[in-house]
Design a protein around this ligand. Structure first.
Ligand code: IVH
Length: 693
């Protein structure tokens, strides 16, 4: 039987959702029995995962329809191959960093500009523990599901393990909403970490590099009884989705968390006025060494949850919270060598190979030297003693040379003029600091790096196709371009013959490839590995151009810097001239376009979520002048949240021009072109209309 393709979750009505949840519960129970009790699986792990994910996704949209026999409520039925997935309806994001009072003040000023506010913010300061963030969903006060952050939109289901952590309540005390997701940090204290490592050493177990790794390793155990034996702690600090509002301020929310039975970091402080944050920061820096756990800074959150909602997110970071980090930790060690790495865009990056040194609990063996100019500026030479620093998650950096310690006979480093991988000429463009290999897609380092990026998590996410196999298949000449990956099924027998493969692994790989033939448009663009097009920019492009043909057509036109298409890309807010230039460079190379068209033939691209829905879907909007209540960034975010595209310049393709006070030439141009002109009120009215009117 060939089932009809499933209805998109957004299109399900309640009755359909309820009936599908019933079917899924019955089917999954049957598959679980076959798998666990009879050891005779009826479907593949991947097919099973798909069903569970669909079940989770429907439940996330219709929490009131969660059944008592829902598969998400049963534990211990995850496939033995790993954890099943949890989808985060409200993405789990990261935080921007600041390091100095001025940067912190600038963060506050940005938020104020966004809101069009003038009063200083009340904030909450919370010590930032470097552990793992965890999402806990409670239905009617009972712990239903626990998930790791994963890539922010999808994490691992660690419910069974989390049930063994004493610091996490299985039931919320007192009144609780029908559905609430609570977030916080799982961590290990310094003392628990040392004791665990000592005992691991005695018993020949794994020794962990730092408390964070120990916490992660302990939580992500397939056997929950192992987690149960590990000393994990937890502080709750954030909100995910909720079926009803639970507080008006973050401070009040923390109080509710305490009432529900969570540990909330007792050092958290209500900072009445943002200008008091530097004093709190200094106090925490002072107390840092004496704390039972490692902290690397303080997280400041704007207290008013209403303002948080309006501020929203930019890229992967909230506009309402910031991590103010303590100064980076430094150490001195010896520079053993300078190696040149070739990245997927052909950039030659010098890397310092160091005598291993412990920097704030992490063993550092390599550090970046950035580029030729940096090496010259520091006059760093092989054999020197160098000062290095590690700040947060960033790659360690070389800060400088200990001049007095320079041994005799060193010489200045000569930056190579050829690519160390393919031998092509290296070029350094006028005004740029980076040397690049000119070998393009013929340079193995670039091809392999591009392919590795192509199959990586945020891109095509092909399980079982890691760096090693990409290298192997590339060496064999089986994959030279991304499209070749989708032609691997023709080589199934040959793959099975390779050392370390076999029929089962080959079949698994091909299944994984098959599953990824359908891909969202933004991921597709991101997968191309164009410089400066990270996930956030890919999303902007995907929403703007909606389909591949339009995108390719416009990008080829945009190769001409004087074209209207170039002006149009540059006018997408968030995409500046430098990014447009990178796009033009990529699309100006015929081989790239060829590879892209070849790829388009073998995959199926789905329009970006949000591009096709919302009342403003497919509409282009220009804002001009000062609106009475909405700041410009807020207006833009609002339009985008409803599926619209916001650009800077008015053309015949513009659908609406929203004008405020002192609007200039754009309002005139709109009138000339006959484009609909609205004021803020008209714009707001538009948003409350039914879609596709
Ligand atoms: S709030 C959208 N509060 O820091 C904001 N995060 O760099 C979500 N972290 O992934 C985070 N202490 O693992 C928040 N008091 C705190 C935190 C905290 C530690 C971690 C968390 C997050 C990371 C972001």
């Amino acid at each position: 039987m060939n089932p009809a393709p499933p209805t998109p979750i957004e299109a399900l009505d309640e009755a359909q959702a309820a009936s599908e949840l019933a079917e899924l519960a019955a089917a999954i129970a049957r598959y679980d029995r076959a798998y666990h009790e009879l050891d005779a699986p009826l479907i593949s792990d991947a097919e099973y995962d798909l069903l569970r994910r669909r079940n989770d996704a429907i439940e996330a949209r219709f929490p009131h329809l969660i059944r008592t026999d829902s598969p998400s409520r049963r534990v211990g039925s995850a496939p033995a191959t790993g954890f099943s997935k949890v989808v985060h309806r409200v993405p789990m994001l990261s935080l921007g960093n600041v390091f100095a009072p001025g940067e912190f003040a600038e963060f506050c000023a940005r938020a104020r500009r966004f809101l069009g506010h003038s009063a200083p913010f009340a904030m909450v300061g919370e010590p930032k523990i470097d552990g793992l963030s965890l999402s806990l969903t409670y239905a009617h006060g009972r712990l239903l599901r626990a998930g790791t952050r994963g890539d922010g939109s999808e994490g691992e289901d660690v419910t069974a393990n989390v049930r063994t952590i004493a610091a996490i309540p299985a039931r919320l005390k007192g009144e609780a909403p029908a559905l609430i997701e609570i977030r916080g940090e799982v961590f290990m204290t310094k003392a628990d970490f040392l004791a665990l490592n000592a005992s691991q050493e005695r018993t020949g177990g794994k020794v962990f590099a730092n408390p964070r790794n120990a916490a992660a390793g302990s939580l992500r155990q397939l056997d929950a009884t192992v987690t149960a034996g590990r000393p994990l702690s937890f502080f709750a600090y954030a909100m995910g989705e909720s079926s009803e509002p639970v507080a008006a301020t973050h401070w009040a929310y923390l109080e509710r968390l305490r009432q529900w039975g969570f540990a909330v970091n007792p050092l958290s402080r209500h900072v009445e006025n943002e200008t008091d944050a530097p004093a709190f920061q200094a106090e925490m820096a002072e107390r840092r060494a004496g704390l039972a756990y490692d902290i690397d800074g303080v997280v400041y959150k704007i207290d008013d949850l209403g303002l948080q909602g309006r501020l929203g997110f930019v890229g992967r970071e909230p506009r309402w919270a910031i991590a103010w980090k303590f100064p980076a930790e430094q150490a001195t060690t010896k520079l053993l060598d300078i190696q040149i790495q070739v990245g997927r865009t052909g950039a030659l990056t010098p890397v310092a190979v160091l005598e291993p040194v412990n920097v704030g609990g992490v063993l550092v063996t390599r550090a970046t030297l950035h580029n030729e100019d940096e090496i010259e500026r520091l006059d760093v030479r092989v054999g020197d003693s160098v000062r290095i620093q590690r700040a947060g998650d960033v790659i360690p950096q070389v800060l400088g040379v200990v001049a007095e310690a320079r041994p005799a006979g060193t010489h200045a480093f000569q930056f190579p003029r050829r690519c160390p991988v393919c031998g092509s000429h290296a070029v350094r463009a006028e005004g740029e600091v980076v040397w690049r290999c000119s070998g393009g897609l013929t340079c193995p380092a670039q091809v392999e790096e591009r392919l590795i990026h192509f199959v990586s998590r945020g891109a095509f996410d092909i399980e079982g196709l890691g760096e090693k196999s990409v290298h192997e298949f590339h060496e064999l000449g089986w994959i030279r371009s991304p499209a070749d990956i989708f032609k691997l099924p023709a080589r199934e027998a040959a793959i099975a013959q390779l050392e370390g493969w076999g029929e089962q692994s080959a079949a698994n790989l091909l299944r994984a490839i098959g599953e990824r033939r359908r891909i969202g448009f933004a991921r597709f663009i991101y997968a191309l590995g164009i410089r400066r097009i990270g996930a956030a920019n890919a999303k902007l492009l995907a929403r703007h151009y909606t389909d591949l043909n339009t995108f390719i057509e416009r990008m080829r036109e945009a190769v001409d810097p004087a074209s209207e298409a170039r002006a149009a890309v540059t006018s997408i807010i968030g995409i500046g001239p430098a990014i447009a230039e990178e796009l033009a460079e990529f699309f100006g190379e015929a081989r790239n376009v060829e590879a892209l068209l070849e790829l388009a033939d073998v995959v199926e691209i789905e329009p970006e979520e949000g591009a096709g829905d919302g009342v403003l879907a497919g509409k282009t909007i220009v804002f001009t002048g000062t609106l009475p209540t909405l700041s410009r960034p807020e207006a833009k975010a609002l339009a985008e949240r409803h599926g619209g595209k916001v650009t800077d310049s008015v053309s015949k393709r513009t659908d609406f021009v929203v004008v405020g006070a002192d609007a200039g030439s754009k309002a005139r141009k709109a009138a000339e072109l006959g484009v609909t002109v609205l004021d803020e009120e008209g714009f707001r009215a538009l948003l409350t209309r039914e879609p596709s009117a």
